[in-house]
Design a protein around this ligand. Structure first.
Ligand SMILES: Cc1cc2nc3c(=O)[nH]c(=O)nc-3n(C[C@H](O)[C@H](O)[C@H](O)COP(=O)(O)OP(=O)(O)OC[C@H]3O[C@@H](n4cnc5c(N)ncnc54)[C@H](O)[C@@H]3O)c2cc1C
Length: 304
């Protein structure tokens, strides 16, 4: 299908104001890296989202969904097809007793704020994870001893047939930074969390404590996508990388953070190629020195 015809169809579904052509993805990733997406689309309703997905599937247009881009490494060559972002356009949060219901694009900090206002405990661990709640479910995001699996009641997804379904926690196969969602190609549209009544001051104190720990230990002053590699069984990726002598090791603008070796940071003008080369070098060195295979936690998107 011609690019112009695709553009017109997308505008017909979500309105011209919500479709951008050749949108630089570095504007939408916390790594500040990534070439242009052919089309960057912001649906405003579930119906628009379902229609977008149906159109892309029927007409063979490649499509991808993203949240805040805080776990994404987007190729320098950009992303063919359609990138659908669920973010501010999809961020309503409501409460029913101790159940917090959030649309997929709500950012974790907003969800945490809402939980705190209602004196609901359980989400403190995720308050500083800089993604959307949808991305957090897909990745089964976790920190400081908590993970989404612990508090997730159910999630609404758009399935491969364009139908909305509710999946219970047990049906999501939530594991260490994985779930069934990516494997099945579902889109998370809404998330229900089961929280507990707590004391406001304690919830706030825990959030503050974890925020300080992050600020002290993580290179938050640089763009990154968080931990570059998953934690290998029995080890810590950051420690292995440090012990391999790779602290400060750089390729182009990409560098192993000296503050936390588990993070590859963008020191200014890093390209995805720089990051890829550095990741390969880290994997090779750690394999040679310790016989441990590091598996990327960041998700790659795009390439032509
Ligand atoms: C400084 C920093 C610190 C971090 N700390 C942590 C941490 O402590 N713990 C942790 O687990 N992670 C951490 N991360 C990584 C990242 O924040 C999480 O993985 C987060 O959950 C990703 O959410 P997102 O909305 O940004 O998703 P994106 O990066 O936009 O997407 C990630 C993946 O999820 C998919 N996806 C996103 N939204 C949806 C949706 N609605 N439906 C279907 N698929 C979707 C995308 O296709 C992609 O495959 C950190 C990142 C940074 C930059």
């Amino acid at each position: 299908m011609e690019q112009q015809a695709i553009y017109q169809r997308l505008c017909g579904i979500v309105g011209e104001a919500n479709v951008r052509k050749m949108e630089p993805m570095k504007r939408h990733t916390t790594f500040r890296i990534g070439g242009a997406a052919d089309f960057f689309v912001l649906p405003q309703t579930k119906e628009e989202l379902a229609e977008l997905v149906r159109f892309c599937k029927k007409d063979g247009v490649p499509w991808h969904v993203m949240g805040n881009g805080s776990n994404l490494l987007v190729a320098d060559a950009g992303v063919p097809g359609v990138v659908i972002q669920l973010f501010k356009n999809f961020s309503r949060i409501t409460l029913e007793d101790t159940v917090l219901c959030a649309q997929a694009g709500a950012i974790n900090a907003q969800v945490a704020k809402r939980a705190l206002e209602a004196s609901l405990a359980g989400f403190e661990f995720a308050a500083g994870i800089p993604g959307t709640i949808g991305g957090a479910v897909v990745m089964n995001a976790g920190a400081y001893g908590g993970e989404m699996k612990d508090i997730l009641l159910e999630t609404e997804v758009l399935d491969g047939d364009g139908q909305f379904r509710n999946l219970k926690n047990e049906e999501l196969e939530l594991g260490y930074r994985t779930s069934i969602i990516a494997k099945k190609g579902y889109v998370v549209t809404e998330v229900k969390l089961k929280l507990e009544k707590g004391a406001g001051e304690q919830i706030l104190a825990r959030m503050e404590e974890l925020r300080e720990r992050r600020t002290m230990r993580q290179p938050l002053e640089y763009p990154s996508a968080g931990s570059t590699f998953k934690r290998p069984e029995g080890y810590f990726a950051g420690k292995l990388i440090m012990d391999a002598g790779l602290a400060g090791c750089a390729v182009g603008g990409a560098k192993v953070s000296e503050k936390h070796c588990g993070f590859v940071i963008n020191t200014g003008e890093a390209t995805a190629e720089d990051v890829e080369c550095l990741m390969a070098k880290i994997q090779r060195t750690v394999r040679e020195k310790f016989g441990v295979e590091l598996e990327p936690e960041v998700k790659r998107l795009g390439g032509r």
